[in-house]
Write a protein that binds this ligand. Sequence first.
Ligand code: PAF
Length: 284
Amino acid sequence: MSLTVIDRVDAFRKAVDAERAAGRTVGLVPTMGALHAGHLSLMKRAALECDVVATSLFVNPLQFGPTEDLTAYPRDLEGDRTKTKAAGVSFLFAPSEAEMFPQPPLITVRVSGLSDRLEGAARPGHFDGVATVVTKLFAITGACRAYFGEKDYQQLAVIRHLVADLMLPVDVIGCPTVRDTDGLALSSRNAYLTAEERAVASTLYHALLAGRAAIEKDHETDPDTVRRVMTTVVEAEPRFVLDYAEVANGADLTPLARLNGEVRLLVAARLGRARLIDNLGAHA
Ligand code: PAF
């Protein structure tokens, strides 16, 4: 399988248009690079389900807050090129900022409500930045199946909404979170962890497991109790600064007065320089 690296919007659009014109289906895996096994699992799944796979690699400035890690965000184009080739990707679309934003954008794509809770409350404007750039990527790519990890569960929900509302010709496929052997969800930001921080980082996953056990084994239906169970696990590790430990409706992440049916447990916390997020489904 040969890999073509493309940095121009027109050239990428032409390449994927030609694939569809030849009757081939296109799988798209949007990324910000610094690829790890989680990203590669999306590419491999896309390669199984689509005739050709395209990966986009663009560190999107719109989704970083003014005090966030845009300049420090890990970048490794050469390493990413090798990994995408090995994962069976045909096109690596890696535009510059000037190519994606030849003029300051006047349009913001905003998924109301959903974008303001949880991660949206902690990172104002983050999901508007994600939704805007993903809409542009979909507009450039055209009809495709697009693969996203459940690790960013709220992002996945935002993208599903924008595709439905804007009637885009895109099938959004959510894929399971890939975890390290101790349960830590893979993330490009794990690179910020020191060895000591990495040793305790899976605490977040254990908090989610404790929350799920409270619901599924102890039949707990009070969201406050489940929140407390998760908070206790995170706060037992003093290096963490907890942002939120929540349990919400599994479909739209709205708060629940009583747990019933499919719910989502979500946690976010700072550990040293890294802000880590994770989530798990549970059936109440
Ligand atoms: O999940 C990511 O890596 C980014 O948020 C995405 C979807 C590529 C948009 O920049």
